[in-house]
Ligand binder design. Structure first.
Ligand code: NAD
Length: 348
């Protein structure tokens, strides 16, 4: 029997509620599909920082390397400086483990009312470059308290970084509906994003069977709302992808619906799977958080590990549950976080 070692990092806020529920689904699907999961849970994040002065222990990354994947919630608490969670946990894992693809699918959930007028089916994937771009955190604040103070952040786009994520996007499109829309703003960011366009176009030439379209970020935000059905694979930069995927969550019906994977496609390191949203401290502790995105992230993780049928089972069970009206407060329902996991497990 195949066994997978999973590091579970619930993080902060609602992570502590939705990760255990997602893990219950994982255990149930493993039983059904005849594989086993061994896990260890790590109480890292902003809560850990308040006690220990760091988000994870010094050997934390080394520890994670011993696992097949990381099943993560989210980090951040109002009591902790919010410039730290990404720098000291999320980006640290993503960059140290070469998780250069942030795979963020967007789709219609049956039985969920969407805020859009169009009832057309939506099914696309945002492929967000995940290790460079606008989020490299190179810059500084100079004389911040002075009248002539300033702050800078520099974006970094490397040929290697663009090529590898572009190849991933075009290969993914071949398994889907054969279209890549790459998002840019090269009409104003004439160095970094003009280079991004140029390298993506070079990669696109190697995939003549895949339709390739370029779209400006401003237009794409409008198109996400007006014509989301035109997208198949959306290839985007770190910052644009961060913003667009929340919009993706919103057009599905709630931020709580989005699952994702921080993927190292070569499997040199463990990949990390998490919902697209944050720790939602405003609703934490009430068993009302929507866990569908966290459960979907478990399916994305299983697909990455090669358990494709088990991943499919989870998605079918999710669809059955939302169709039956098992909806949390953010979706207009009254189901508790744990009710959703119960329903998904029953429907497996
Ligand atoms: P957020 O995504 O946590 O919450 C935004 C809004 O969406 C809130 O009103 C929240 O209640 C709601 N929401 C989010 N997830 C939900 C769910 N599953 N069910 C129902 N409602 C849900 O974003 P924020 O408020 O901007 O940030 C809160 C904290 O999370 C901050 O500390 C931020 O840095 C952190 N954060 C962490 C990650 C991560 O760890 N990857 C990502 C984003 C934000």
């Amino acid at each position: 029997m195949k066994n997978y070692k999973i590091a579970v990092v619930p993080g902060d806020g609602i992570g502590n509620e939705i990760v255990p529920e997602g893990y219950r689904v994982l255990e149930a699907v493993a039983k059904k599909h005849n594989f086993s999961i061994n896990s260890d849970s790590f109480e890292w994040g902003a809560g850990y920082y308040l006690k220990h002065g760091k988000f994870l222990p010094d050997d934390g990354l080394e520890t994670l390397k011993g696992y097949d994947a990381v099943y993560f919630g989210s980090v951040g608490l109002p009591a902790v400086d919010d410039t730290l969670p990404a720098k000291d946990y999320t980006f640290k894992v993503r960059t140290s483990f070469n998780q250069y693809v942030n795979y963020r699918p967007v789709r219609t959930y049956p039985g969920v009312t969407r805020p859009l007028r169009s009832e057309k089916h939506i099914d696309f994937v945002i492929v967000r470059e995940n290790t460079e771009g606008e989020f490299v955190q190179m810059g500084g604040q100079y004389l911040p308290d002075e009248e002539n103070g300033m702050g800078t952040d520099t974006s970094v786009f490397t040929r290697k970084g663009i090529e590898r994520v572009a190849h991933y996007a075009f290969k993914l499109a071949r398994k889907r509906r054969n279209k890549v829309t790459h998002i840019t703003k090269s009409n104003t960011l004439i160095n970094s994003l003009a280079y991004w366009d140029r390298v993506i176009k070079e990669v696109a030439e190697q995939y003549p069977d895949v339709e390739h379209e370029q779209m400006y970020i401003d237009n794409s935000t409008a198109m996400f709302v007006l014509k989301p059905e035109i997208f198949d694979v959306v290839l985007t930069t770190n910052l644009f992808g961060d913003i667009l995927s929340d919009l993706g969550g919103a057009i599905m019906g709630s931020l709580g619906l989005g699952g994702s994977g921080n993927v190292n496609p070569e499997k040199e390191f463990p990949s990390m799977f998490e919902p697209i949203h944050g720790s939602a401290p405003d609703i934490a502790g009430n068993n009302i958080a929507n866990p569908y995105g966290q459960i979907w992230s478990a399916a994305i993780m299983l697909e990455h590990l090669g358990e494709v049928e088990a991943a499919q089972s989870i998605m079918e069970a999710i669809d059955k549950s939302t169709s039956e009206g098992v909806l949390t407060v953010d979706l207009g329902g009254s189901a508790k976080t744990s009710d959703v996991a119960d329903a998904v497990i029953k429907n497996l």
